[in-house]
Design a protein around this ligand. Structure first.
Ligand SMILES: C[S@@+](CC[C@H](N)C(=O)[O-])C[C@H]1O[C@@H](n2cnc3c(N)ncnc32)[C@H](O)[C@@H]1O
Length: 321
């Protein structure tokens, strides 16, 4: 099982120390009711060898390697373990010559987001809905002091720990398996990211308020989410599924989203990027069995989802507390 004690020790002397009032107890409770396969997945992390990387690149990719390459047999053994943690959605990872070619080219999103951010160097960062943690490693690559991800999906926690093990067990990045709504307001982070989460929340204004409660005064929010075309009064509430996803609740226009952020008290709200999701960014690979974007679009008109809604387009919005 994954041991969170090193994280508690690490935050005890940091601006996150107040979190120790609630987190250890919450994680004890979480462990009792974690996903039935959590024990199996966490054992796979234990089975991975302790390899020492001589080369780590988090600035241009998420990559580790050593000068003396792994034997083909060692490589295949590691691939076998990692494939038991499928589906791998967010990546890619390049670890000791193994390319985990995930469904999403998360590096594309990072390229859209990064140029607009306040420099991440020395910052304490929260990544809400961090998935397997791809962007957290890239934040570290930009010189962040500490990165904490929060994501309730146990499989992603185990993928994160597997990747961490193959990145010299770096402890400056940590993933806590809770939902943002369970997190005590800390007002302690310099930057809070929420990417790909807002449309999954039943109450988007509450989500924005929770994000604000984690930021220091003056800190930066990085919000990335699905948007639709339209004016300040346009919000798509899918009647059933959106792009075959059943947990999509609110997709606002950029103008509506900006007004929501202002309503909950953010300043300096601005949209810095809008981009349609392409078939190069989200596609089927050998690292997932499931369907991917091509199956979620109208086969005769890729500007529409299979349900007839606007095809996925995502915006990046920045704001300050
Ligand atoms: C579409 S993925 C986005 C992953 C990554 N942030 C990215 O942009 O590529 C949404 C993530 O939000 C997580 N999530 C769902 N509900 C959440 C909640 N209440 N709090 C935090 N994360 C949540 C899911 O487990 C999933 O990993």
């Amino acid at each position: 099982m994954i041991d969170f004690r090193p994280f508690y020790q690490q935050i005890a002397t940091s601006p996150l120390s107040d979190w120790l009032e609630t987190l250890p107890l919450q994680l004890k409770e979480w462990e009792k009711q974690a996903h039935g396969d959590y024990g199996k997945w966490s054992k796979i992390v234990d089975f991975l060898p302790d390899l020492q990387a001589e080369i780590i690149d988090l600035k241009n990719a998420v990559k580790s390697d050593r000068t003396f390459p792994l034997s083909e047999g060692e490589k295949q053994r590691i691939i076998h373990h990692l494939k038991q943690l499928m589906p791998w959605r967010k990546g890619p990872y390049h670890l000791f010559g193994i390319h985990i070619d995930c469904e999403w080219r998360s590096d594309f999103k990072w390229q859209r987001v990064l140029p607009h951010l306040a420099p991440l160097k020395d910052r304490t960062i929260l990544d809400v809905g961090c998935g397997s943690g791809y962007h957290m490693w890239r934040m570290l690559g930009e010189g962040a002091q500490m990165v904490v991800g929060i994501d309730p999906t146990e499989l992603f926690l185990c993928q994160f720990e597997a990747v961490r093990k193959l990145l010299n067990n770096d402890r400056r990045v940590n993933l806590i398996p809770l939902g943002i709504e369970q997190m005590q307001p800390l007002a302690a982070f310099d930057t809070v990211f929420s990417m790909g989460v807002l449309y999954h929340r039943k109450s988007p204004l509450d989500h924005l308020t929770q994000l604000k409660s984690q930021l220091k005064k003056g800190g930066e929010l990085v919000l990335e989410t699905l948007v639709v075309e339209g004016d300040a009064h346009t919000v798509l509430v899918p009647t059933d599924r959106y792009a075959k996803m059943k947990n999509v609740y609110f997709i606002p226009s950029v103008e509506a989203l900006i007004s929501w952020l202002e309503k909950v008290g953010f300043n300096n709200v601005r949209c810095v990027d809008i981009a349609p999701t392409t078939l190069e960014e989200q596609r089927k690979t050998d690292w997932l069995e499931n369907e991917s974007l091509i199956d979620f679009l109208d086969p005769n008109d890729h500007s529409r989802t299979i349900e007839g809604y606007q095809a996925p387009t995502r915006a990046v919005i920045l704001a300050n507390k």
